[in-house]
Design a protein around this ligand. Structure first.
Ligand code: ADP
Ligand code: MG
Length: 349
């Protein structure tokens, strides 16, 4: 019989990731059916009631009202989610369970064995009700949740920092829709969260939106046409996220949207360049919003930036060079970047 595997799941607001420990001790992220390490935390139902998950659900999010996004924001509350096509209400735990169940399923297929246990991560600021609800979601998905651990603690573990003594570290987490700063004190294998701060409504989606708004204006300028239909918005969002990701590596990218709308004299297409400089200009007000929570976390922890031993960057949006530079400027530390920022939490779990 195969050795029992306990998976580590980062159940994120925007994306989720599942990892496991190989027989040789190495931790591996398990790719989703599209071959990607991160899976959108999205569940949707087609008009006929068929459930779709992950990448496929994200691709039709704008056009299908029966799409559930960012369910993590509601976990632990008594709010109900109405799914029209099924004429049914779901609890946040039940929707979260569908994400977990999808991940458990592809992990099992990938590893060729059944999985019944998991460690799931939660934000450091989650209260008991939110932690309990996350556990329940795991149980509904058929997983025994052996441990709920804090995301910044998991990230620190992924960096092997449990071997450190009396160190204070800052974990900077900029994801898709949320921003969290945590200061941890590490001592002999234990982690204490001494301060948390952040912005529950700041993340990569906001950076994408600035590109979407810019694209709309560009097209209006070129064609005198305001595009507002859902299909066009879905395509703008996809193009915007792709351009943003390109600009983490390149100084310039081309956005091309063939047949994006119908003009007076037939279909219109858009093709244009976006430079990193222009992108920075469009988003500088967003970048400015990460500063205050860093200051607040340091002041709540009653320490100075110079008291920090390490700064860790997690969350996919920390791949943006401007974010890395700002954190470096504010903390005076070269952030540790040796683990993929969107995989670190799951690896630690
Ligand atoms: P979560 O908020 O669920 O923890 P992630 O940490 O996976 O999610 O962050 C998702 C965000 O990271 C998305 O907005 C995505 O566009 C962004 N992102 C991923 N890769 C890059 C990249 N190379 N450059 C800029 N942003 C990125
Ligand atoms: Mg995250």
């Amino acid at each position: 019989m195969a050795k029992e595997i306990i998976i580590g799941i980062d159940l994120g607001t925007t994306n989720s990731v599942v990892s496991y420990r190989q027989a040789d001790g190495q931790i591996k992220v398990i790719p989703n059916p599209e071959g990607k390490p991160t899976t959108p935390s999205v569940v949707a139902f087609k008009p006929d009631g068929e459930q779709i998950n992950g990448e496929a659900a994200k691709r039709q999010a704008v056009t299908n009202p029966d799409t559930v996004l960012s369910i993590k924001r509601k976990i632990g509350s008594s709010e109900k989610i109405r799914i029209q096509s099924l004429k049914k209400d779901f609890t946040p735990e039940e929707i979260s369970a569908k994400i977990l169940s999808y991940m458990k399923d592809y992990a099992e297929k990938n590893l060729g064995q059944s999985i019944s246990k998991a460690v799931i991560t939660v934000p450091a600021y989650f209260n008991d009700a939110q932690r309990q609800a996350t556990k329940v979601a795991g149980e509904i998905a058929g997983l025994e949740v052996v441990r709920i651990i804090n995301e910044p603690t998991a990230a620190a573990l992924a960096y092997g920092l449990d071997k450190e003594h009396n160190e204070k570290i800052l974990v900077f987490d900029l994801g898709g829709g949320t921003f969290d700063v945590s200061i941890l004190e590490i001592g002999d294998g234990t982690f204490e969260v001494i301060a948390t701060a952040g912005d529950n409504h700041l993340g990569g989606d906001d950076w994408d939106n600035e590109i979407v708004e810019w694209l709309k204006k560009e097209i209006e300028r070129e064609h005198g046409l305001k595009l507002t239909d859902k299909m066009a918005i879905q395509r703008f969002r996809e193009a915007a996220e792709k351009a943003k990701i390109d600009l983490s590596q390149l100084l310039e990218t081309t956005i091309s949207l063939p047949f994006i709308g119908m003009g007076a004299s037939g279909p219109i297409s858009y093709e244009g360049k976006l430079t990193r400089a222009k992108f920075l200009d469009l988003t500088k007000h967003l970048l400015a919003r990460v500063e205050e929570p860093i200051r607040r976390a340091l002041s709540d922890a009653k320490i100075k930036a110079s008291d920090l031993e390490q700064v860790i960057l997690i969350g996919g949006s920390t791949r943006m060079p401007a974010v890395q530079e700002l954190v470096k400027k504010m903390t005076g530390k070269n952030p540790n970047l040796s683990v993929n920022p969107d995989e670190a939490v799951s690896i630690g779990a």
